[in-house]
Ligand binder design. Sequence first.
Ligand code: ADP
Ligand code: MG
Length: 400
Amino acid sequence: MTAYHIFTPEQAMRFADEHSELFGEHSKLSAAEFGDGNLNLVFRVVNDKGTSLIVKQALPYARCVGESWPLSTDRARIEAEVLQLHARFCPEHTVEVLHFDRELSAILMEDLKQYDILRTALIKGKHFSHLAAQLAQYLAQTLFYTSDFVLTGPAKKAAVAQFINPDLCLITEDLFFTDPYCNHERNNIHSLIQPRARELWQDEELKAEVAALKADFLSKPQALLHGDVHSGSIFINEENCKVIDAEFGFYGPIGFDVGSLMGNLLINYVASAGLFSDPQQVLKQQQYLLSQIQALWQQFAETFSHLQQTATQDPALQNERYQARFLQQVFADAIGYAGCELIRRTVGLAHVADLEKISDAKTRASCETHAIELGRRLILARQNLTSIEQLLALVQTLKR
Ligand code: ADP
Ligand code: MG
């Protein structure tokens, strides 16, 4: 066992060579760090035939800030174990982990170089018809099979303990639910929307609902979440999509994963008015996104409900009325978390390229204001929306 040290490209290369069969004895390897992520080191190791693997290593601090923001390297274990477990239930759409070294906090995984990052693709106006169906499968399978519907009480408690993830949960607790609703120094607010952001800090009706969503995030361990299903964690191509980067995984409310994804599709929806100059293209992009959000919920609910009816182990939870009520609450939770994602990506610390890429400051401000208004409406209306059609109608009535 090797003691923890931060990899050089050379060391990442040796790690990849040692733990894979892929490269063979005589292949010449090269490696480079290329990650654009916030927290970790990501290396690509390639041989002279072009075969490649990814080495991801957690640093004892957040990469984007430095040593002043310490973070447990246990997040690499969480990431590897969440991905391995999710791959058991949905191998088609989970990146494959080939090896994990706990001491080095390093993961060796498949290289998704044949894929694009979903966020980048959406910003370019690329559409994939299989997006919703495949991610609905990923979410339904991974969330159902790690929930109380399947696990026994003792097994569930052991699983919750295995995925206690205090450092990374704290990031979400702060950045998602607290900072945007007060004058926090971590917030990142473009000057043109300062007045609108300030209104959030006084919005007691909204803050009460966000408090309820945060309380659920803290205390509703329904299933093993990915914990960070944004469109930068999804790789996609013409045939398939795969989810990466599960270091925020923990046992939490199912609606959080579903809502994070919906929220990211909605961020691109509001941003598209600033990303594309042709109104027809804006319309096409928005229609595409709404159709995917609709299919995502419909197919998630259909699959989850089918699993509830056919694969629930707990006899009490086999009650069909309870199962329907459970799913309805997941829907309301998802809408609430989608709303929080829209707001925190606009006024919180971590912005997204969909909005940042809009070069004209006034246009961007108008899209950001739209994101805040939509986020607020979703959070406030979530318990009263009972169908995906009602959600889509609400999104469409709120034109900027
Ligand atoms: P972080 O957790 O630090 O945010 P990510 O897991 O998001 O790191 O990875 C950062 C970047 O590294 C990704 O945006 C992508 O460009 C690249 N990357 C990570 N994993 C893979 C992979 N399996 N295949 C190809 N590229 C990857
Ligand atoms: Mg990450």
